[in-house]
Design a protein around this ligand. Structure first.
Ligand code: KG4
Ligand code: ZN
Length: 358
């Protein structure tokens, strides 16, 4: 089955043609990074306008690279949520119009499930139960996946997403946007043992994560040691490189350490790490070390498939289409879509009073 995937949840307009949920015939991504850079983060209004301008050409390009015509497409998979409402609506409306005119099925895909399926495109089949760390600018969750399509969140960030922490710390240090790749690059030239930041613990005993205290700890360190942020056009100081290394090490220790504990406790058979922060080599190396230690396969998407893309949406969409699950044309964008259909305790956790200790 040839599926056209469409993704527009945040700041990438993407389209891909994927055969049977595994073979990528084309994957085109129009990134808006340059557009948002001057503002140091994604401006939702600008994002949706840019999606409108790019969606047609990006889909045409994906079809052309795949060597097929619209008539060859057998189904459409589109990101339904979570994400920015204006951005999501562009993809969803375009996809519905295409499906209606071509008279083919459409399926709305959860963006986070898309990230989970990003590893299905280049790795051997996943063995269940699997443990998936989905770590990006907007989300940081660990899912216990008992069987395909069954997700239980076993660890979540109680405040910032890990990618968000990378972006905010980069901003504090006077570095550019997005912060993750810049911090990774500077950390490689710093000493990771020079400045040690502790890993946050949640007082209610859950294996949940927290990154906002770490961000505050970096700000405090800068104040106490009178470290001034980097300025454009000048060489970045060694102190900032050490800070970047110390911060990255703390984030990686927190993510990888939690993953290891849960993998042992839940007797996972595959480890999955996906989402924008999965581009980080230090995180990959640390998870690979764990995987070797506990004797499990660890699957990471290649960098093109780690950040937002439409091939992963087509792969997740194929899984649902293959089970006969489709959406009708009343389907619409849903910014608060959650990926959790087993024992959801989010509401209970929101009401609980917890303390964060660094
Ligand atoms: O998955 P993604 O493209 O978009 C969201 O769904 O959020 O992830 C973007 C996030 C940004 O916060 C970015 O700073 C982070 O992924 N990121 C990285 C790296 N590359 C991207 N974080 C750490 N190290 C990297 N190499
Ligand atoms: Zn994403």
């Amino acid at each position: 089955m040839l599926v056209l995937g469409i993704e527009s949840s945040c700041d990438e307009t993407a389209a891909a043609v994927v055969r049977d949920g595994r073979q990528i015939l084309s994957s085109v991504i129009a990134s808006q990074i340059e557009l948002h850079k001057p503002w140091g983060g994604v401006v939702p209004e600008l994002a949706s306008r840019e999606h409108l301008a790019k969606i047609g050409p990006v889909i045409d390009d994906a079809l052309q690279r795949a060597g097929c015509r619209l008539d060859d497409i057998e189904a459409i998979a589109v990101t339904q949520g979570p994400g920015l409402i204006g951005s999501l609506l562009v993809g969803v409306c375009y996809a519905k119009a295409l499906a209606f005119s071509l008279e083919i099925p459409i399926v709305g895909v959860n963006h986070i499930e898309g990230h989970v399926y990003s590893v299905a495109l280049e790795n051997p089949p996943v063995k269940y139960p699997a443990l998936a760390l989905i770590v990006s600018g907007g989300h940081t969750n660990i899912f216990h996946i008992t069987e395909p399509g069954k997700y239980k969140v076993v660890s979540r960030t109680r405040d910032d997403a890990a990618g968000e922490a990378f972006d905010k710390v980069a901003k504090m240090l006077g570095l550019g946007y997005p912060g993750g790749p810049i911090i990774e690059c500077l950390a490689a030239g710093g000493d990771q043992g020079r400045i040690r930041f502790p890993v946050a613990k949640i007082s209610d005993g859950t294996p949940d994560l927290s990154f906002s205290g770490l961000k505050t700890a970096v700000a405090r360190y800068m104040r106490e040691h009178m470290i001034t942020p980097a300025t454009a056009g000048t060489e970045v100081s060694d102190e900032i490189r050490h800070l970047a290394a110390g911060f990255q090490t703390a984030v990686v220790r927190s993510l990888a350490g939690t993953l290891e504990k849960l993998a042992i406790k839940l007797r996972s058979r595959t480890l999955i790490v996906a989402g924008g922060v999965a581009c980080n080599e230090a995180l990959r190396a640390s998870v690979q070390e764990i995987a070797d230690r506990v004797n499990l396969p660890a699957y990471f998407p290649s960098k093109h498939l780690s950040t937002d893309n439409a091939a992963m949406i087509a792969a997740a969409g194929y899984f649902h289409l293959d089970r006969g699950e489709t959406s009708d044309l009343t389907m619409t964008a849903d910014i608060s879509l959650r990926l959790q259909n087993v024992e959801n305790i989010d509401d209970k956790l929101k009401q609980a009073k917890v303390k964060y200790r660094l």
